[in-house]
Design a protein around this ligand. Structure first.
Ligand SMILES: *[C@@H]1O[C@H](CO)[C@@H](O)[C@H](O)[C@H]1NC(C)=O
Ligand SMILES: *[C@@H]1O[C@H](CO)[C@@H](O)[C@H](O)[C@H]1NC(C)=O
Ligand SMILES: *[C@@H]1O[C@H](CO)[C@@H](O)[C@H](O)[C@H]1NC(C)=O
Ligand SMILES: *[C@@H]1O[C@H](CO)[C@@H](O)[C@H](O)[C@H]1NC(C)=O
Length: 773
């Protein structure tokens, strides 16, 4: 550790103002090793930046005693003062802004001079922008702010356990809000954009010089984790039964993308078991698949206390020592919790593991710390060293939070073009509902303290001075409701905006829902207010998972419905801008909104594909063919867009394969060259047919002519956003790689392309593509 008084005495020629600045610093300097002012450690090979990181990590690990090694296997990694290595906290969070996990010690404090960071919309809403470039820009800001906090000495970690890229399989999942939704391709793209952005890579990737990291991202929760606590079944003991087929084309693809294209430096193995094996003890998953097949380079952490469960709750290991051996031999590197600190020594003594098993893990761990620049002396000299407090909550960062909210919000219904409301003709407004004026609700979970928040009520008031507010419900659960007053307030206003939905009391970590309706008496409040109001009302829904609002969809007195997810610190402005027409909404749903009777199927059933013989309907737009309240990709705007396929460079795709079945072609047998030859472009002309400028995400799907029960109904092939003025048109070019985009899994988990007729689909337009061997 650097002694600041010592420094001041040494550098006597320094200007007085700098001395003052140094003295006034209340926080310790950021922890770093190999400082040149500390000659006793500076001369170690692990400090020599001319050596490769691999060599340096090897040198460092070789200098540690067994006890020191064991002390590094947990998230609170002890200092090793004799080598100049400070304490390190592996656990930090940055899901949609630099965050804090509630109630536990993390690597970021927010207790010193930095008390806030830019709070972007919860991920599910940012995903609704279908804009990979925006995702990247958001992530880049998150990484920048995180690094800046560290540089200011107000953090002790730079390994962030984000993003959450599990598939939002069931609408009841309390953490679905943290994910980019239900589509594996979309989720994979989000993962790549997020990881590249926070880690300091370019949007296109491949730019991490010497593997150097701005901060480290971690793709979680590996794998098939999407149940928290439902009817007494919890994530700690849940054994997810997953078919090879669903694993291959639903659960794994986002992780694969995250590693192969995002180059994530971290992975977290999930609590649950998959087909009887705890994820963190699954060598096939961690070592063979992630490191072996996908080329993962980084560290693997357990979810918190996941290792202790393997013996204590899952009864998978027969002793503490077996549990330790299971995870270290599987390829896990660090344990969030203290279990490995407690039981690794005796695992070595009992011969369950050897020291080399520990060294393997430590090598990965120190490699990541070195890639973060923590062993290069004073980090202020590093490429990211210039990032300081002026970057935190910077105006352009906060504007980006607003931009993400604006473009994510989805207009679900707009009958008789009720919206936008006229700014000049609206003389008075009633704002009603328990979500209208609660700042905390806007940021969702895994949020840090926001720079500032503007609630929907505040946003709307900034447009219409004469705005009257009534909460309507006592709480979000709405066990009691003051309909009389709400109706009176509604009756006296020109227009009414209801702000309803859910919050973390209804859907969150360790809290899955048991129904899909609005809580308590919310519906009756909405209906009473709608009936009493002078004109059709506007309903704004804040929620991560979907709610069955068929009643509102079908009710003429509810003219407009907006879904605003949990829109982040600037969400209230974005909502108001959309309601009053200063922004033309363009978000589209990244998840299916199911009817309320969807809950007839147990949340524990992991199958994606339908099974008509047992009335199992299947899940997500790819497989579910039942009724929907709103479908994946749904989203209106204040204009209409028309689409036309103007050119498709190939539509008859012939694959050379070694063997083939008449029904499908195995992708692994196609070979690189034939895959390369099958690539083509599809150009779609998009025209803004309306009278308002808009940014519009164009979604391209592929649909089978005659699929069987194994085939998705349709699947997303690509998405691109286009900004168009009224009546303008533009050509959007999709680059399609059939080996990547047309695949689906067979029952044995092999990826195949179906032969026969397929259609590219955009809006109501279809284009025939034939595929054959
Ligand atoms: C902030 O919290 C950290 C971790 O709990 C603690 O070490 C540090 O002393 C605190 N700083 C201040 C200024 O309270
Ligand atoms: C490890 O040991 C400490 C001290 O005995 C104890 O407080 C802690 O609960 C143990 N951790 C686990 C995961 O068993
Ligand atoms: C609201 O309802 C949820 C779900 O039933 C429950 O977990 C929560 O404790 C309730 N909150 C309040 C404030 O009553
Ligand atoms: C878009 O087109 C539909 C169908 O023709 C029409 O009902 C609707 O009013 C149009 N919306 C706008 C904003 O122009």
């Amino acid at each position: 550790m650097k002694n600041s008084i010592h420094t001041i005495i040494l550098i006597t020629t320094i200007t007085f103002s700098i001395i003052l600045k140094t003295q006034s610093k209340t926080q310790p300097l950021p922890p770093f090793s190999c400082d040149s002012t500390n000659p006793s450690t500076h001369s170690y090979p692990f400090c020599d930046t001319k050596l490769s990181i691999d060599e340096r990590a090897r040198d460092l690990v070789s200098r540690l005693t067994l006890d020191e090694k064991i002390s590094q296997l947990v998230n609170k990694a002890s200092a090793v003062p004799r080598l100049g290595i400070p304490y390190y906290q592996w656990w930090s969070e940055a899901l949609h802004g630099v965050a804090v996990a509630i109630g536990v010690e993390n690597g970021i404090f927010f207790n010193g001079t930095i008390r806030a960071a830019t709070s972007f919309p919860q991920v599910i809403l940012t995903a609704a922008t279908f804009d990979a470039d925006l995702w990247y820009r958001v992530a880049k800001v998150i990484g920048t702010e995180a690094r800046a906090i560290y540089n200011e000495g107000e953090a002790i970690g730079m390994t962030f356990w984000s993003p959450n890229i599990n598939i939002f399989r069931d609408p009841r999942w309390g953490r679905g809000q943290e994910t980019p939704g239900e589509d594996p391709m979309l989720t994979g793209k989000y993962a790549v954009s997020f990881v590249r952005g926070v880690q300091g890579d370019s949007f296109e990737g491949g730019d991490l010089k010497d593997g150097r990291l701005q901060i480290s991202a971690c793709c979680k929760h590996f794998t098939a984790y999407d149940l928290d606590k439902w009817k007494g079944i919890d994530r700690f003991t849940f054994n997810a039964l997953v078919t090879k087929q669903d694993m291959a084309d639903t659960y794994q693809p986002p992780f694969r993308k995250c590693v192969e294209e995002g180059r994530a430096s971290g992975i977290m193995c999930a609590y649950n078991l998959v087909n009887g094996v705890p994820n963190c003890a699954d060598q096939n998953l961690l070592t063979k698949t992630a490191r072996g097949e996908w080329g993962f380079q980084g560290y693997i952490t357990s979810d918190c206390d996941a290792v202790s469960l393997i013996y204590k709750k899952q009864n998978y290991a027969k002793s503490h020592e077996d549990a330790v051996a299971d995870v270290l031999k599987a390829g896990m590197d660090v344990n969030c919790g203290s279990y490995l600190a407690n039981h690794t020594k005796s695992a070595v003594e009992k011969g369950k593991i050897s020291e080399s098993d520990i060294d393997r893990a430590l090598h990965n761990l120190f490699t990541v710390r070195m890639r973060l620049g923590l062993f290069n002396g004073n980090p202020n000299k590093l490429p990211y060293g210039n990032l300081g407090r002026t970057y935190i909550c910077a105006p352009d960062h906060q504007n980006l939070a607003l931009e993400a909210a604006r473009h994510g919000i989805v207009l679900l219904k707009n009958s008789a073009n009720l919206l936008p409301l006229s700014k000049s003709k609206t003389k008075s407004l009633a704002v009603i509902g328990p979500n209208a004026d609660v700042a905390k609700t806007l940021v969702g979970n895994y949020a840090g303290p926001p720079c500032k928040t503007i609630t929907p009520l505040e946003g709307l008031k900034s447009y219409i001075k004469k705005t009257e507010f009534h909460q309507g419900c006592n709480t979000i659960n709405c066990t009691s409701v003051d309909i009389k007053v709400a109706v009176k307030v509604a009756r006296s206003a020109d227009y009414v905006v209801l702000v309803m939905g859910l919050n973390q009391d209804r859907e969150s970590e360790e809290l899955d829902r048991e129904d899909l309706v609005l809580p308590g008496k919310q519906e009756s409040l909405i209906m009473s207010v709608a009936k009493a109001a002078k004109r059709p009302v506007v309903l704004v829904l804040l929620c991560g998972g979907s709610v069955d609002v068929s009643f509102a969809k079908n009710e003429d007195k509810i003219g407009g419905i907006l879904w605003a997810g949990y829109p982040g610190e600037a969400g209230g402005i974005a909502i108001a801008e959309i309601i009053f027409g200063d922004h033309n909404p363009g978000g589209r749903l990244p998840l299916t909104w199911y009817p309320k009777d969807f809950i007839k199927i147990p949340m524990t059933d992991m199958r994606m594909r339908p099974d008509p013989s047992t009335n199992y309907p299947g899940r997500t737009y790819r497989f579910y063919q039942g009724e929907k309240v709103f479908e994946f990709g749904h989203g209106l705007s204040y204009t209409n867009y028309s689409y036309n396929f103007v050119s498709v460079s190939q539509s008859n795709l012939k694959f050379k394969t070694s063997s083939s079945n008449s029904a499908y072609i195995s992708i692994s047998e196609i070979g690189l060259e034939s895959c390369e030859n099958a690539k083509f472009t599809a150009t779609v002309r998009v025209q803004n047919e309306g009278e308002m400028t808009g940014k519009h995400p164009v979604l391209l799907f592929i649909k089978r002519d005659k699929g069987n029960k194994e085939s998705p109904v349709k699947q997303l092939v690509g998405f691109k956003t286009v900004s168009l003025k009224a009546n303008d048109k533009a050509d959007v070019v999709f680059e399609i790689n059939p080996c990547e985009h047309f695949g689906r899994a067979n029952e044995d988990g092999t990826m195949v392309i179906e032969s026969g007729k397929q259609y590219l689909v955009v809006g109501g337009q279809e284009y025939l593509i034939s595929t054959h061997a």
